[in-house]
Design a protein around this ligand. Sequence first.
Ligand code: NAP
Ligand code: F7E
Length: 384
Amino acid sequence: MTVKTALITGVTGQDGAYLLEFLLDKGYRVFGLKRRSSLFNTGRIDHLFSMERDEESAFNYAYCDMTDTSNLIRLVNDIQPDEIYNLAAMSHVRVSFDMPEYTANSDALGTLRLLEAIRILGLKDKTRFYQASSSEMYGNTIISPQNERTPFYPRSPYGVAKLYAYWITVNYREAYSIHASNGILFNHESPVRGETFVTRKITRALAGIALNLQHTLYLGNLDASRDWGHARDYVKAMWLMLQQDQPDDYVIATGITTKVREFAIKAFKVAGISLDFRGKGINEEGYISAIDKDIFSSLTGISPDHLKVGQTVIKIDPFYFRPTEIDLLVGDSTKAREKLGWKPEYSLDEMIKEMVISDINLMKKEYYLNKGGFNTIRQVEDIF
Ligand code: NAP
Ligand code: F7E
């Protein structure tokens, strides 16, 4: 059996880590592209590195940046991949308002650079291409749920950049017959989700509050609704798209939407803490309305004596509001379910439980001092 070679851009990110694991399990040789960083940035994939790394290893990596054309062309030429998964991106919507030009360069033009590499190097009949498109492209649409025929109306520099990447992928498919597909993925999370996305920010802050390392979680728009799935389910859909005879575009979503406020309530509940909300607008706050001591202690290993019923644990900080927001996203993945045979395995509650347990364990490892208990000097409140 011939071994397939895959190239993953953004291999150090959340999806890159799950996809790498998935493809190695399937027997692929994988080349991951990572950018140079002054600190280690391979924490999510360290367990997949082999000490005896050489040209025959299942997993190798190379340095790249999506803004560096010659580097990308050279790597595609050297690797001659059967499949390219383009996951690298400046992926934070709020940050894209601060760095719109860089976001366009890496997310929009970066995609063009890879497609050009396939075309220029004459790889159109060999190399299949997956583009990490996003539900952010739907933005302000009034149609709900969103499917492959829903018109786009992006609401951020990130969404606009991803829309260019979406259309250039469609264009190269039609103009040059490249096997290029867009996965229009709705929000997907996991225990290794970036710490500044709202789900992980909540589960991480909950761990800090439960372990008496943090007192308050500051959030932005509690009313935003998102269709949250699990990254492990979603990387399987990416692979399925590239196994089809014909390239195409697919929405990947659970079909269930949940408000940020509700996500927080569910997360705290896993630790036995009931949350309620009082006040309005920027004065709204989340407070503890009850504590189940047995659930709390069995999860954290400590008693909840430092927490009080009535105590405020969530406040609004307008800093986290976006100049233009998307109020509601919910996806209709009927096409993927029928044509790819894909469906999500994880429920939202299962995913939240996994994230909460993981963050409590991580924070215990990170902060527990053998002699004196938890280190309350080092605060973790200043997470972006
Ligand atoms: P992520 O955790 O933020 O990972 C992004 C990856 O891209 C990281 O490996 C990052 O490197 C790398 N990267 C960023 N800028 C780069 C550049 N200029 N050159 C090279 N590499 C660069 O994102 P994710 O959640 O895994 O998402 C994967 C892809 O799917 C992204 O394109 C994202 O926009 C898209 N997407 C995500 C979701 C979602 O809900 N997760 C939904 C729809 C679409 P570092 O590790 O060094 O930062
Ligand atoms: O925000 C609201 C925020 O940053 C979700 C990326 O993976 O998914 C992600 O983009 C919602 C928004 O994700 C805070 O205003 C409230 O309405 O977790 P997020 P996102 O913007 O939906 C899409 C599909 C992608 O493609 C992106 O790459 O939560 N929210 N308070 C907050 N968001 C953050 N980050 N922080 C807050 O404090």
